[in-house]
Write a protein that binds this ligand. Sequence first.
Ligand code: HMG
Ligand code: MG
Length: 288
Amino acid sequence: MTDRVQVYEVGPRDGLQNEKRVIPVTEKIALIDGLTGIGLAAVEVGSFVSPRWVPQMADTAAVLAGMGWAHDTPVAVLVPNLKGWEAFAATGAPVSEIAVFVSASEGFSRANLNCSVAESLTRIAPVVAAALADGRRVRGYVSCVTDCPFDGPVAPGAVAEVVRGLRDLAPMPVSLGDTIGAGTPQTVGAMLDAVLEVCPAADLAGHFHDTGGRALGNIDAAMEKGLRTFDSAVGGLGGCPYAPGAPGNVATEVVLDHLAAAGIETGVDRDAVARAAQRARAMKAVAA
Ligand code: HMG
Ligand code: MG
């Protein structure tokens, strides 16, 4: 049987949240509309976080109101707390997946969520319950799965513990984030050995930022451990607030070509991704 990988598009959220310029809603919608209905596993289109923390995502309700829905691609948004859940719920948008996010390291948890790792799990518990009760799927993210910009290398056991903490809330799939792109195939492999003790590979995704230029190698390492879902951002949108000038999430088109060269199917329309990547690169060029 041909090997198959799911590609989960996070550019409109993870990419655009890191662009210096706040992209106009109409441009975001045009990008998103080019990414739905083309075979991607899902498209993450924004987040309901504090606009003081991430002003680039403050218009997510307007994005949901304006984007097209005549397609079968699951659409996802990030929600950090009940206030975000209420703001999302008020939109009435047919979003299928809510993403909650925590960190494996205390330093990043403080910087990103203004609370400890344990507090973050407590904070998202009612969000997970509300989303499931409302018929949405829930995805969990863990940041800093190999390295933290504040605490340095992260112990594999700490990642496994927070994955277990998420899945104690509900049996959700978990995306493992190399937030600053400092991971290597070795550290990713060691981290996965620990995480696979608490979660099957089928419920895990790899979320590699390409800051260190090793994202493809890290995807290969994760595939060797059995993972078959990878997050990416069209056009390599985004950057890293902790490494000015560094590339963002691994580019969707680069991942597709890498997988295709290895004979792995994704079911994604490569030409449509190329068109969206062109649009994304134009956004980056203006933003630079
Ligand atoms: P806080 O300041 O501790 O929150 O931030 P608070 O509850 O004390 O509220 C402070 C103010 O924010 C209040 O407003 C709240 O109403 C408001 P004020 O009364 O002062 O005017 N507020 C909100 N407004 C809108 N929407 C909300 C919301 N919540 C509170 N949901 C908080 C805590 C979690 C809100 C903040 O830290 C935050 O928004 N953090 C999110 C940061 C973020 O979005 N980071 C990027 C996404 S994660 C990521 O990129 C990693 C990932 O890609 C994986 C990887 O690569 O590792 C997923
Ligand atoms: Mg990320």
